[in-house]
Design a binder for this molecule. Structure first.
Ligand code: GDP
Length: 290
């Protein structure tokens, strides 16, 4: 089926529509021409479509009758929130008796890979028995506008952007947690959103796909800290608090499969994505999740 024929049938429901990825998808759909003619896109926040609330889910599905669901609603947080509240991070994908969409995909991060594998066994069964397609996309560390910039609970880049902003304002040193040596692959939320649209339209596998920059772009946290300091013009002292956990020393993910499908996809360079996110944060401080 080509994209235009597909478009006639697509009513896409995005859960978690007010978060980091939901907002990025909304931008691509509404401002970058990501919405094709005949398509209907609905973005609902986790409160409006909490898929663990079956009654609400039934009502939402009956109202919007989605043919496709991008299920993003989840509890989101960085290493230190995971350490504090590990059990809250189990992902449960609920199904219900009301009319199911034809295609669901579920977003997870690498910490959730175990849960995804559990879901994934079910995905194969759903396809075999009911012809329903469920898949999971697995981005590496996502960052961008509308992230959670909380000092304690945010992911590394967003937490450090906020800490750098505050350190500059108060004239204090910037406290980076851990040694700064662990390495990570970072992906800009708008890139993930563009890839999501591709997954939705073109990716027909049930097997999950990792959305990531190349392995060679995995870099030490301290290099990312320097980019944040540059972006926010922070000239103060940078201190590494080694009493805090480093977490995994690296989490290298391969994007070979993605590259097989999309050899020419251009990722936003990290320094550019960091600059855009810092600018967004500074200009939207009052509404940012802090
Ligand atoms: P992870 O990639 O799943 O481990 O999660 P994070 O995005 O929280 O990144 C954690 C890594 O960043 C660890 O190596 C931390 O030591 C380091 N890091 C440095 N400063 C911070 C911070 O302020 N917040 C967070 N979340 N991580 C930090």
């Amino acid at each position: 089926m080509d994209s235009e024929t597909k478009a006639e049938f697509m009513r896409v429901l995005v859960t978690g529509g007010s978060g980091l990825l939901g907002k990025a998808i909304e931008q691509v759909v509404k401002q970058e021409g990501g919405c094709l003619e005949g398509e209907q896109w609905t973005f609902l926040s986790s409160k409006e479509a909490n898929l663990v609330d079956l009654q609400q889910t039934r009502a939402v599905f009956q109202k919007y009758r989605p043919t496709h669901v991008i299920h993003l609603a989840a509890k989101v947080g960085g290493l230190y929130l995971h350490m504090k509240e590990n059990l809250h991070f189990l992902v449960i994908l609920c199904s219900d008796q009301c009319k199911k969409p034809e295609w669901i995909f579920n977003c997870s991060n690498q910490n959730m890979i175990v849960c995804v594998c559990v879901d994934f066994t079910d995905y194969r069964g759903y396809f075999a028995q009911h012809g329903r397609r469920y898949t999971a996309v697995i981005p590496t560390n996502v960052y961008g506008p509308y992230d959670n910039f909380n000092f304690e609970n945010g992911h590394v880049l967003s937490a450090l952007m906020h800490k750098t902003y505050a350190a500059k304002k108060e004239g204090t040193p910037l406290q980076v947690w851990g040694s700064g040596t662990p390495r990570r692959q970072f992906i800009y939320s708008l890139d993930v959103a563009r890839l999501f649209l591709w997954v939705l339209r073109e990716y027909d596998e049930i097997d999950p796909i990792i959305l990531s920059v190349g392995e060679e772009e995995e870099l030490p946290i301290k290099d990312a800290v320097e980019m944040i300091a540059d972006a926010l013009d922070f000239k103060g002292q940078i201190v590494f608090d080694t009493s805090k956990s480093d977490g995994q020393i690296k989490k290298t993910a391969s994007n070979t499969k993605l590259r097989r499908y999309l050899p020419d996809f251009t990722f936003t360079p990290l320094s550019e994505g960091i600059k855009k996110t810092c600018d967004w944060f500074v200009h939207n401080y009052d509404i940012a999740r802090t």
